[in-house]
Design a protein around this ligand. Structure first.
Ligand code: FMN
Length: 183
């Protein structure tokens, strides 16, 4: 039986980290609405999801003192994604291209299990959709075969409680905004 998914560990002194500058080079200058990027055709969300995504992004950048339109600072911050935020270990997750939505649900549970288990060991994680935006680089550097889709990355290590970014806490939605109750 072939493995439905593979997990690639990227250590702190890995090529991926050393190639962070190259990765930064690939960040497009502009990404308009609906831009499709990455390995699995992820599109920018619309409507309230887009509103929430922007609120999260601008809240984060606000805390970091990155003003709207400050491309230099935002690119520099964005590049930290590709260094796994300085974590000692990074993971890149791929899935067999033939597997469909149900398996992606399974995969989400698998990811969350890793995150919960990490807490059990006193470790912290940050899942990183950003890693999946550059599948060609991941493929070249980690030898991911073409029949696997790069889903995301995840940083694994110990959160720095003194880091400003770790004070960021996005607003929580009231349950009524995403659940309908039928009596
Ligand atoms: C699927 C997924 C992908 C994410 N990708 C990134 C990422 O690429 N870069 C990043 O800085 N944070 C990423 N995050 C972390 C979010 O920024 C973080 O979850 C968000 O700030 C909301 O905080 P909360 O998890 O406390 O609600 C991701 C989170 C999830 C669930």
């Amino acid at each position: 039986m072939s493995e439905p998914a593979s997990l690639l560990f990227v250590g702190g002194s890995s090529g991926l980290e050393q190639r962070a500058e190259d990765l930064d080079f690939h960040i497009p200058e502009t990404q308009g609405e609906g831009t499709v990027h990455g390995d699995h055709g992820r599109t920018r969300p619309a409507g309230q999801n887009r509103t929430r995504q922007r609120a999260c992004g601008w809240g984060l950048y606000g805390l970091l003192g990155i003003a709207r339109g400050d491309r230099e600072k935002s690119r520099a911050y964005r590049a930290t994604n590709y260094e796994f935020f300085g974590a000692p270990a990074g993971m890149v997750f791929t899935i067999d291209r033939q597997l469909e939505l149900g398996s992606w649900l399974d995969y989400g549970m698998f990811l969350q299990s890793i995150m919960v288990a990490a807490r059990g060991f006193g470790l912290h994680t940050c899942s990183e959709a950003s890693i999946a935006e550059f599948p060609a680089i991941i493929r070249a550097q980690l030898g991911v075969p073409d029949d696997e889709t790069v889903i995301c990355g995840m940083a694994l290590g110990y959160a720095d409680p003194a880091a400003v970014i770790n004070r960021f806490q996005p607003a929580r939605e009231a349950v009524e905004t995403f659940a309908r109750f039928h009596e």
